[in-house]
Design a protein around this ligand. Structure first.
Ligand code: PEP
Length: 247
């Protein structure tokens, strides 16, 4: 079983979500894979009633890093949970760039997600400069360690690490199998060193960045990853259903 996560970003109004799910759900019915749709917060409640009883799970795309209810425009863990989310994305590179979020913010968000019984999809990945200057592994280590500071080993079963090289997001560029395998093994080693051998082996790791129904197959032989995070290509229900069925 693989985990296939869709990151819808600012796409899908509640009405569009309804139409999307009507097409998508019939196509993925019976899949063995776990599907997680990270929808805009305004679409979660609509989706909650539609996916109830199916193997489709829902996720939010952000959670506020404080829970004192005095932050205009943000969303809290209990709101996401009540709206139907089981997961929440933390640390997406777009939030790091646009909203200056960092790994300390990630850490606060992860703790608040756990407090609200949400699972976390933690995005990590190197930028192009880090890649070109061979600082990739160092960068991944810092991102993971800062984000997971103070997290207990038994809480790691509620974490999915999404390895998303920043240069691959929305660019059409993909890592080779060798590059991806190396990054995933490096992530497992960080978890092994900081927690345990067992944790390093069992942590769920998915790959995200420029995947589509045509190129996803190239990674199917990699048994170091547990699934995929799909951005642009999840917007077409038929293409996303193809990905879910093929992996
Ligand atoms: C993303 O933004 O998380 C992502 C994976 O996007 P894309 O698939 O469009 O590269």
């Amino acid at each position: 079983m693989r985990k296939v996560i869709g990151n819808f970003k600012m796409h899908q109004t509640p009405t569009q979500t309804k139409e999307y799910l009507l097409q998508f759900m019939s196509k993925v019915d019976g899949t063995k894979n776990e599907v997680v749709l990270c929808l805009p917060a305004t679409s979660l409640t609509t989706a909650k009633y539609m996916v109830s009883g199916s193997n489709i799970k829902l996720g939010g795309q952000n959670i506020c890093d404080d829970d004192h209810a005095k932050t205009t425009g943000e969303i809290s863990g209990d709101m996401l949970k009540d709206a139907g989310a089981e997961y929440v994305i933390v640390g997406h590179s777009e939030r790091r760039t646009k909203f200056k979020e960092n790994f300390r913010t990630n850490n606060k968000k992860i703790k608040l997600a756990f407090k609200n019984r949400l699972k976390v999809i933690l995005c990590v990945g190197e930028n192009l400069t880090e890649r070109n200057t061979l600082k990739m592994l160092e960068s991944l280590k810092i991102q993971i360690e800062e984000s997971l500071k103070g997290i207990y080993e038994n809480e790691l079963e509620r974490v999915v690490i999404a390895y998303e090289p920043i240069w691959a997001i929305g660019s059409g560029k993909l890592p080779t199998n060798k590059e991806l395998d190396r990054a995933v093994k490096a992530i497992r080693k960080v978890i092994t060193d900081d927690f345990s051998e067992k944790a390093g082996q069992s942590i769920q790791i998915v790959y995200g960045g420029s995947l589509d129904a045509k190129n996803v197959n190239q990674y199917l032989k990699l048994n170091t990853i547990n699934g995929f995070l799909v951005g642009g290509s999840c917007l077409d229900p038929l293409e996303f259903a193809t990905i879910v069925k093929e992996v």
